[in-house]
Design a protein. Structure first.
Length: 496
């Protein structure tokens, strides 16, 4: 039965509107004294959008005339098509004259062009689904992989619909003024999502929607713990939904760190079960608090970027479905923060090289942040080159595998700990031994090497390794420090 259905579809006419295609050309010919109509058409259409091959060649020739700064009329078009040896293939001079005699108005060109483009999108959708239907019948491709590919291809069609208008600066200024008015009414200088750390928020002014934030560090410095603390702070204080994708660590291990941080409990006690009465009391409070937060965890190993995108879109739909109409109008993009640990482990469809695969993933994360209007934090490993230098503080060139990460990211921050290199046997979150017990809580620098929306600089926090908890330094240190060796305040330099 399915085969009969497929055969029947082969005889159905592909979506098309030849009259609209002719009207596009008529409108361009009508505007003979300027190329404004052609410019408008090119903003919406490309040659392959036309159903008739002859129309594709005519549009290509018109584009070439514009590039040559020549007017578009029957004679110039005839000359260009002749030069391309396509005049007879498109129907000759007679057909060009027929198109030129159309009564289509240049004022309606956009309407005609959108019709042509809409039919082209439908044809591509049919081609995409038909091709993948054949692969599904063949059965040689894994179903999960095929579903991801179909989702990716359909997403690409949606992104390239070509119907987004250029915006006049007058309209954008209105939006700018609305944002400024809202900021002026805010008592704080934080205009985005607060991280919960004063020195860091002073540099970033909070993480904003559409931003891609990359946090890099060498293994075991504490980057996962750091971002989990930010995620917990956002879910707790800002009361926003937070999503954590962990490709390296299981969900239970993540919860262990969250519980340790929230309850101030030594993680070794949680792992071994050797808990005292204070630990049990703190555990009850911490788990209850975390249960009330909107934190979503996904520990799928080897997850693809298309899967991440699909899951986030579905979660956004589910959140919107549970909101009132008033809430949806006020907040059409309810996701508050997304964290990915870590970027280098995300699978990509690009198999040519690891560098190209990471570049594709990086670009996709930035696009996803803009689509969902939510900041996305992606963790990144640093190359071993940092270990070979005398000064081991990370720099942008230490990002492993792809320079496009640096290009795509709005914020690039690195974590650095002096004690990490003094105690090389130290593991993330645990003291190296009894002799280092006094070093359970150590300073850690958050170095902003790139910050599109603010200043570059360094914020220093305190990291309690046994509990995985990050905290602000004491106020006297932020203000200049007491007599026992002040820690300098955040160093702000020129913006990126």
């Amino acid at each position: 039965m399915a085969d009969v259905s497929l055969m029947a579809n082969e005889y159905r006419q592909a979506p098309q509107d030849i009259e609209a295609e002719k009207a596009v050309f008529g409108a361009i010919f009508f505007d003979v004294h300027s190329d404004a109509a052609m410019v408008s058409a090119q903003a919406i259409l490309e040659p392959k959008d036309f159903y008739r091959t002859a129309h594709q060649e005519i549009f290509k020739a018109m584009q070439a005339l514009v590039d040559d700064e020549r007017p578009i009329d029957v004679l110039t078009l005839q000359d260009k098509l002749n030069a391309n040896q396509q005049l007879e293939n498109v129907g000759g001079m007679a057909y060009l004259a027929e198109l030129a005699e159309s009564t289509a108005s240049a004022a309606n060109l956009k309407h005609y062009a959108n019709i042509v483009h809409e039919k082209a999108v439908l044809r591509r959708l049919i081609d995409t689904l038909t091709k993948n239907m054949s692969l599904a019948y063949d059965g040689a491709t894994d179903s999960t992989e095929l579903l991801e590919e179909v989702s990716h291809q359909v997403d690409q069609l949606a992104q390239n619909r070509g119907n987004d208008d250029l915006r006049r600066i007058e309209d954008v200024i209105k939006e700018f003024q609305e944002n400024l008015d809202a900021a002026s009414e805010n008592d704080s200088d934080i205009v985005g999502l607060a991280t919960g750390y004063q020195e860091l928020d002073k540099l970033t002014h909070g993480f904003r929607e559409d931003q891609m934030i990359v946090i890099g560090a060498r293994p075991a410095v504490g980057k996962t713990a750091f971002v989990l603390n930010i995620a917990k702070n956002a879910a707790k204080s800002e009361k926003v939904p937070v999503v954590v994708f962990s490709l390296e660590m299981g969900a239970v291990d993540l919860v262990t760190r969250l519980v340790a941080s929230e309850g101030g409990i030594d993680s070794n006690h949680l792992t071994t079960g050797q808990m005292d009465d204070d630990d049990w009391a703190s555990l009850t409070v911490a788990t209850q608090a975390l249960s009330n937060m909107k934190i979503y965890l996904d520990d799928t190993p080897g997850i693809r970027i298309t899967q991440i995108a699909s899951k986030l879109r579905q979660l956004e739909k589910d959140l919107l479905a549970n909101m009132s109409e008033e809430e949806r109008l006020e907040n059409p993009h309810p996701l508050g923060l997304v964290m990915i640990d870590y970027l280098g482990l995300i699978e990509s469809g690009n198999t040519e090289s690891r560098q190209q695969a990471v570049s594709e993933v990086s670009r996709s994360i930035k696009k996803l942040a803009k689509e969902l209007h939510t900041p996305i934090i992606a963790l990144a490993q640093l190359s071993r080159g940092v270990e070979q230098r005398t000064d081991k503080r990370p720099v942008l060139s230490d990002l492993r595998e792809s320079g496009s990460i640096e290009q795509d990211a709005d914020i690039v921050a690195f974590l650095y700990r002096d004690d990490y290199y003094r105690n090389e046997d130290d593991e993330d979150g645990g003291p190296a031994g009894p002799a280092e017990a006094e070093q359970d809580s150590v300073p850690i620098d958050v170095i902003l090497e790139k910050n599109r929306a603010g200043a570059r600089g360094t914020a220093t926090l305190m990291f309690n390794k046994p509990t995985f908890k990050f905290a602000d330094r004491a106020p006297e240190y932020r203000a200049g420090g007491p007599e026992n060796g002040p820690i300098p305040p955040a160093n702000m330099t020129n913006s990126w």
